[in-house]
Design a protein around this ligand. Structure first.
Ligand code: ADP
Ligand code: G6P
Length: 485
C-alpha cells in the first residue's frame, strides 16, 4: 500500500535499519544539524542507495523523542522512526547492544538478559515495521538490516503479503550452542524467517543460522533452503539463507586518492607527526570487539623491549566514540585511554607521541588521507562481521604500498587472503606480525597489495547489493505440501 499522500509516492526499494544514514544533532542555538551516522552498515548502504532511483530509508534519527516528518536527502526519502529515552535504554542500549551484540560476537563480554529489554525490543521492532510497511509500492522490495531488527521481517509479512522481504545481518551469527543461550531464541528465528532471503557475511554465519533453524525449530533444511510451515492452511514457504560478503564503494575510495587536496593532507599528516619512518594506523569504532586493547598491549611491549624505536615510528589510533552509555563501552574507553597514557608517558618525547590517539570522527577525505599516509594498518578484531576498514585501506593504496595486518576473526579474512593474517589473542604472534609488516620489502608489499586490490576493486558494494537483490527477486517460492521435518 503506497502512502496516500500523492506528494510522497511509494517506493520500489525500502531499506529499514535502526539508524538513518544521518544523525540529527541539536546545536546550542536550537538549530538542527545532520551528520553522517557511524558504522559500516551506513557506509555501505549509503553508497548503494545513492545509485537507486526512488529509494526510501526507514530508521531512527539518533536522538531521543525525535520524529521529524519524512524528508528527502541525497536522492532518497528518509522516514524517521521515534525512539523515546526508555526505548533507547531498553531496546537500543539494552537488548540490542548489551544482549545481542556481545552474544553474537562470541561473548567477548557477558551478555545481559532482562525481560523488560525484550519487551521493548518487540515494541520497537513493531514501530519500525509499522512505519516501513506502507512505504513500499505494490510488489516492491523491503530490505531489513541487522541485529536490532530481527523481528521486523515477520511483522512486515503479516501486513504485506505482496512485497519481497530481504534481511541482511551485518554482524556474525553465533554457533547454535551460544545462540541457544538467548531467551526468546525461537521468536527471533521466526522473526527472521518472515524474510524470503536472509543474507550473512561469512559462510560460517550462514551455516550457524541453518543449524539453529534445524535444531531449535526442527524445520526441514535442504542446502540453503528452509521450508517454513505456513499458518493453518497456508502453504509452506521457502526461505533461502545465503552468504553475501559486504564491501565498499571501492572505485570512489580509490578515486579520492587522486584528489590533490587529499594528497596534500596525507603529506601534511606525515609532517605533523614529525616525519616518522613508519606510521602504523588503527581505525575503529571504540568497541571491545575490535581488539584495541590487544593491539595496544602488543605495541607497548614492542616499545618496551626495544623492537620498535619511538623516534622512528608512530602509532595513530583513531577511535570513533560509540554507545557511550553502555557499561562495557565506558570501561573499554577508560582502559584504552589509561593504556595510551601509560605508553606515551613511558615512550614519547616532547612533541612526538608514541601513540597519537584520536577519539573522534573524521570525514571521508581525512580518513582517506590517513590511509594514504599509513605504512601499516592493524585490524585486530576479536570478532567482526566483515570490517570495512580493511577494505578501505586496500582501496586507498593504488600506489601498491602499505601492509594490512588482518585478524582471522574478521569476516574480511575469508577474502583478503594476501594480508598478514594474525590471531590477535596471541600477543607474541601479533607482535611478530607487526614487526614483519613494518619490515616488509617494497616488492613483497606490492605483490600482496596487488592481490588484495584485485579482490576489493572487483567486488564492490554495488556488486554486493546487486547480487543480494537479484537473488531476492528469484526467491519466495511457495510450496503446497509441507515437507517432512
Ligand atoms: P563497524 O561497522 O563495526 O563500525 P567497519 O570497519 O565495518 O566496522 O565499518 C566502520 C566504518 O566507519 C568504516 O567505513 C570506517 O571508515 C568508518 N570509521 C571508523 N572510525 C571512524 C572515524 N573515527 N571517523 C570516521 N569514520 C570512521
Ligand atoms: C555496526 C552495526 C550497525 C551499527 C553500527 C554503529 O556497524 O552493524 O548496525 O549501526 O555498528 O553502531 P550504533 O550503535 O552507533 O548504530
Amino acid at each position: 500500500r503506497p502512502v496516500d499522500d500523492p506528494a510522497r509516492p511509494g517506493h520500489d526499494l525500502v531499506v529499514v535499519a535502526n539508524r538513518l544514514p544521518v544523525d540529527s544533532r541539536t546545536l546550542p542555538d536550537g538549530a538542527t544539524e545532520w551528520v553522517t551516522s557511524p558504522g559500516g552498515l551506513v557506509t555501505a548502504m549509503e553508497s548503494v542507495m545513492r545509485t537507486v532511483d526512488s529509494g526510501a530509508w526507514v530508521g531512527w534519527a539518533g536522538s531521543p523523542g525525535q520524529e521529524p516528518d519524512p524528508f528527502d536527502a541525497d536522492g532518497m526519502s528518509l522516514y524517521p522512526v521515534r525512539l523515546d529515552q526508555e526505548d533507547i535504554e531498553r531496546y537500543y542500549e539494552g537488548f540490542s547492544n548489551a544482549t545481542l551484540w556481545p552474544l553474537y560476537h562470541d561473548v567477548i563480554v557477558d551478555p545481559e538478559f532482562h525481560r523488560t529489554w525484550w519487551d521493548s525490543y518487540v515494541a520497537a521492532n513493531r514501530r519500525f515495521a509499522r512505519t516501513a510497511a506502507p512505504v513500499a509500492n505494490e510488489g516492491g522490495t523491503i530490505w531489513v538490516h541487522d541485529y536490532q531488527l530481527q523481528l521486523v521481517p515477520r511483522l512486515i509479512r503479516e501486513e504485506r503479503a505482496d512485497v519481497r522481504i530481504g534481511f541482511f545481518n551485518h554482524i556474525p551469527f553465533p554457533s547454535v550452542e551460544l545462540f541457544s543461550q538467548l531467551p526468546k531464541r525461537n521468536q527471533m528465528l521466526r522473526g527472521l524467517l518472515g524474510a524470503d532471503l536472509i543474507g550473512f557475511q561469512r559462510e560460517s554465519d550462514t551455516q550457524n543460522f541453518l543449524a539453529a533453524v534445524r535444531k531449535l525449530l526442527g524445520y526441514h533444511v535442504d542446502g540453503q533452503t528452509i521450508s517454513v510451515p505456513g499458518l493453518g492452511a497456508a502453504p509452506v514457504r521457502e526461505v533461502v539463507a545465503q552468504t553475501f560478503p559486504i564491501s565498499i564503494d571501492s572505485s570512489k575510495v580509490s578515486a579520492l586518492t587522486e584528489d590533490e587536496e587529499v594528497r596534500a593532507r596525507a603529506e601534511q599528516l606525515r609532517e605533523d607527526l614529525g616525519h616518522p619512518r613508519t606510521i602504523v594506523l588503527g581505525v575503529d569504532r571504540l568497541d571491545y570487539t575490535k581488539g584495541i586493547r590487544h593491539r595496544l598491549k602488543a605495541w607497548g611491549e614492542l616499545l618496551g623491549d626495544g623492537s620498535v624505536d619511538p623516534r622512528e615510528t608512530v602509532m595513530v589510533q583513531v577511535a570513533t566514540p560509540s554507545r557511550e552509555r553502555v557499561e562495557a563501552y565506558r570501561q573499554l574507553r577508560d582502559e584504552v585511554e589509561l593504556t595510551v597514557g601509560r605508553i606515551n608517558g613511558d615512550h614519547s618525547s616532547i612533541g612526538r607521541p608514541a601513540v597519537s590517539y584520536q577519539h573522534r570522527s573524521f570525514d571521508r577525505r581525512d580518513m582517506t588521507a590517513l590511509f594514504m599516509a599509513a605504512d601499516v594498518v592493524l585490524v585486530t578484531a576479536l570478532r567482526d562481521g566483515m570490517n570495512l576498514v580493511a577494505k578501505e585501506y586496500v582501496a586507498s593504496r593504488p600506489d601498491l604500498h602499505g601492509v594490512l595486518v588482518l585478524s582471522e576473526f574478521a569476516g574480511a579474512a575469508d577474502e583478503l587472503r594476501a594480508a598478514v593474517m594474525v590471531n590477535p589473542h596471541d600477543i607474541d604472534e601479533l607482535k611478530a606480525a607487526i614487526l614483519r609488516a613494518m619490515a616488509m620489502p617494497a616488492e613483497e608489499q606490492e605483490e600482496a597489495m596487488r592481490s588484495l586490490r584485485h579482490q576489493v576493486m572487483e567486488n564492490d558494494v554495488q556488486a554486493w547489493a546487486h547480487s543480494f537483490l537479484q537473488r531476492l527477486e528469484h526467491s519466495g517460492a511457495e510450496v503446497r505440501e509441507p515437507k517432512p521435518t
